[in-house]
Design a protein. Sequence first.
Length: 407
Amino acid sequence: MRKFEKSVKLNNVCYDIRGPVMDEANRMVRNGETVLKLNIGNPAPFGFRAPDELIEKMSGNLTSTEGYSDSKGLFSAREAIVEYDKKKGIEGVTIDDVYTGNGVSELITMSMQGLLDYGDEVLVPAPDYPLWTASVTLAGGTAVHYICDEEAEWFPDINDIKKKITPRTKGIVVINPNNPTGALYPKELLMEIVKLAEENDLIIFADEIYDRLVMDGAVHTSIASLTDKCLCLTFNGLSKSHLIAGYRVGWVSLSGDKENARGYIEGLNLLSSMRLCSNVPAQSLIASALSMSAETDKMIQPGGRVYEQREFIYKAVNDIPGMSAVKPKAAFYIFPKLDVKRFNIKDDEKFALDVLREKKILFTHGGGFHWEVPDHFRIVYLPEISVLSEAMTKMKEFLADYRQVEY
């Protein structure tokens, strides 16, 4: 009998956030075990609720959103996004430069498929949000990872970026605020990245989905606001800020040098039309959501839930012998470092599985974010402090006598 294998295009594609470690956790749950889940940035399971105003708006719009919209999205949604971009200092975005999507994930994949030929390169941060590397690879390109430096608050290493630009490099991905580290990049650093992009004719892909989840009075700067000389694609959405991840509401805006990217834009238009349109009831929320405060605004202030959970997890991680972490400034992730010599860690996925099986704590190992050294993992600090406290107590117990066994 003929056997059907997966496409070779998937050979170097991975998404370990929902990979083997999570598969094992799901098996354990099916067997009746309780697992403390610190692995996915999905607010709803942790008791975060979407604003009543948006739920009511969605319900009221259902009968008027039964049909397809324009392939790029509802006029009202795109108009609101243009105004939001202006408030962020991004000039030159028109209604036709905005594409709505079923979350940002769909648009990331579309943006790579429309651009890359076999052998083309895109600079992607390490650690990264793994969908970027997967989308580059699936489109036939090569993801070249530039280092973000933990010793410099996880900021991109400009010299490393310079070394990795080649004639095949078409673009650079900037994830700011960053997932998985929670870093927030200063304007001065972003201007250095812009300078490199302008000098080397690179497209900037700016993942800014957490721009409304910034703490400690800091201000987020959109990199697209700093240049009009190179094409910028700015990705954003409502999944995190308005706590409606399941509604799948995202968008991408094009700004800067669109004149020299007419062919690419033509490709994006084609791909957008091929999927007909994004979720229309969800699109109908965009204008209302962007005219109101983000649901997370109060949560990221002192005394707010996300802020206090960030404070707790930062202290708890650094109180465990053999663990340390840079304090996140945004989003709801922390990326702790392990003393690999102390614990004899050679395989970070095995470490994650060992913790899961013994202490029933689920997190994503650093390799899942294309971090090559097996010394990091990501914690999502969305669970309440009582859950985080239990998890960190168990982690401290686990590490007290852990030494990874090699096979």
